[in-house]
Write a protein that binds this ligand. Structure first.
Ligand SMILES: [Zn+2]
Length: 439
């Protein structure tokens, strides 16, 4: 064996138990208390050993108008590693045909070569100008099984029309791919020139999310297809979906939410510093936030929508229309979610995203035969006080945490060892059809 991790309190099949883990050639080979020979030994000292997290929603090296996000694949993956994340799924830029998709895929694969951890991509579309079936075949050939669309952003020509959405939902019935949707009702979104960051909740009201989510749930029901809703922000949306479509949730209609909606409410947008809390969909009322906490059991996955900008870039503009929307999150998502939800958070950040996004059991679990992706988390109460990566601040600074990341291992190699970064090389993950087809 290449490596023995001893004294691990390892998260295996939904529970913690004390064991040693033996790793060879990048994979977990034995989970046992029996003593086997290993070239090197790492002592976890009884700390938690958790499957490497899968962040299904990151934007690295994103260019929006004149703004460029603060992380490239090198810095973004470093922040990920310090957050226990060993797989990131990034988004290709939106396209409307196969030819542009192939160009965009090649471009992003080239950028991603610098990643320290493994990575995959979601395809993203505007309204397709060709047969959706042809497009789906093309993405599958590149190992992509997820396709994101927007129900809004018509002003920048990214909106997918209902007719195309319906066609994609019907196609998803054979379960060879999963449509993802950014859900806000385009007609309820207002971007007045005079709006500042404080008007963000007025510009993009919670109602626009709730109404559109219910509309799409009806389409899922009608077509018998599958849909994954990205970045659910409103507790009300979740509650209404549960009330009206209880049998769809977790089976045909999957829900991703983000740490920012659990950690903060819209009061954070007040005053000058509020500019640092601008993203879409925006923060909601305290009541909405409480409802989201109460309904956490209906959330399938946590993604971060990681897209940080430098502080100066966030603070520069006065008008909402000129502001870059987005925050960093990949490094602190686990601290935040584990603080609120403990083991329930682990499940939604490892095994479930791996299953839904076609990476299980290679990723998302500590089990014999899986990639040796894991992190060591020392229980120790405190506040978030460090950050890595390309940005110069984090909105989570000072947020309470119950532990601290010590070490992260990707395919048997240390990416972070006792707080210090190491040189590793991530690789592109070709994905299989989402595994939930087999359940
Ligand atoms: Zn996003």
């Amino acid at each position: 064996m290449d490596l023995r991790i001893k004294n691990a309190k390892a998260y295996i099949d939904g529970a913690f138990r004390m064991t040693d883990l033996y790793i060879d050639k990048g994979r977990i080979r034995h989970i046992t208390n029996e003593r086997l020979h290993a070239e090197s030994v790492y002592d976890a000292e009884g700390d938690l050993v958790i499957p490497g997290l899968v962040d299904p929603h990151v934007h690295i090296s994103l260019e929006v108008g004149s703004h460029k996000s603060a992380d490239d694949f090198r810095t973004g993956s470093l922040a990920a590693a310090f957050g226990g994340v060993t797989t990131i799924i990034d988004f290709l830029d939106p396209v409307d045909n196969t030819c542009d998709f192939e160009k965009e895929f090649a471009r992003r694969r080239n950028l991603a070569k610098e990643s320290l951890v493994d990575y995959a991509f979601h395809a993203t579309i505007k309204d397709l100008r060709e047969d959706p079936e042809t497009f789906v075949e093309a993405i599958r050939k590149k190992g992509i099984v997820t396709l994101k669309l927007f129900t809004t952003y018509s002003e920048t020509d990214r909106r997918t029309k209902d007719k195309t959405i319906k066609r994609l939902l019907s196609l998803s019935k054979d379960r060879s791919f999963l449509p993802l949707a950014h859900i806000e009702a385009d007609r309820l979104i207002r971007l007045d020139e005079a709006f500042t960051h404080e008007d963000l909740p007025t510009s993009r009201p919670a109602r626009s999310e709730t109404e559109e989510a219910l509309k799409l749930a009806r389409l899922v029901e009608e077509t018998g297809g599958y849909l994954y809703m990205v970045h659910l922000s409103s507790g009300k949306t979740l509650e209404r979906l549960k009330e009206l479509h209880p049998t769809l949730l977790g089976k045909h209609f999957f829900i991703e939410s983000c740490p920012q909606y659990f950690a903060f409410d819209e009061d954070k947008l007040k005053g000058g510093e509020g500019k640092l809390f601008t993203f879409a969909p925006p923060l909601r009322t305290n009541k909405e936030q409480e409802l989201l906490h109460a309904r956490f059991s209906h959330v399938d996955t946590i993604g971060t929508d990681h897209c940080p900008f430098l502080r100066e870039e966030k603070m520069r503009a006065e008008r909402l229309s000129a502001m870059p929307l987005g925050i960093g999150g990949v490094e602190h998502a686990f601290d935040v979610m584990y603080h609120y939800f403990g083991m329930e958070a682990i499940e939604r950040m490892s095994v479930r995203p791996a299953k839904i996004h076609g990476l299980f059991p290679k990723k998302g679990a500590i089990r014999e035969g899986s990639d040796a992706d894991l992190f060591v988390y020392k229980l120790e109460k405190g506040k978030i006080d460090t950050f890595h990566g390309g940005s110069d601040h984090t909105v989570y600074e000072g947020h309470p945490r119950k532990g601290r990341l010590r070490t992260t291992i990707s395919k048997g190699r240390f990416v972070v060892r006792d707080g210090k970064a190491k040189e590793t090389q991530g690789e592109y993950l070709e994905r299989e059809a989402p595994l939930w087809r087999k359940h």
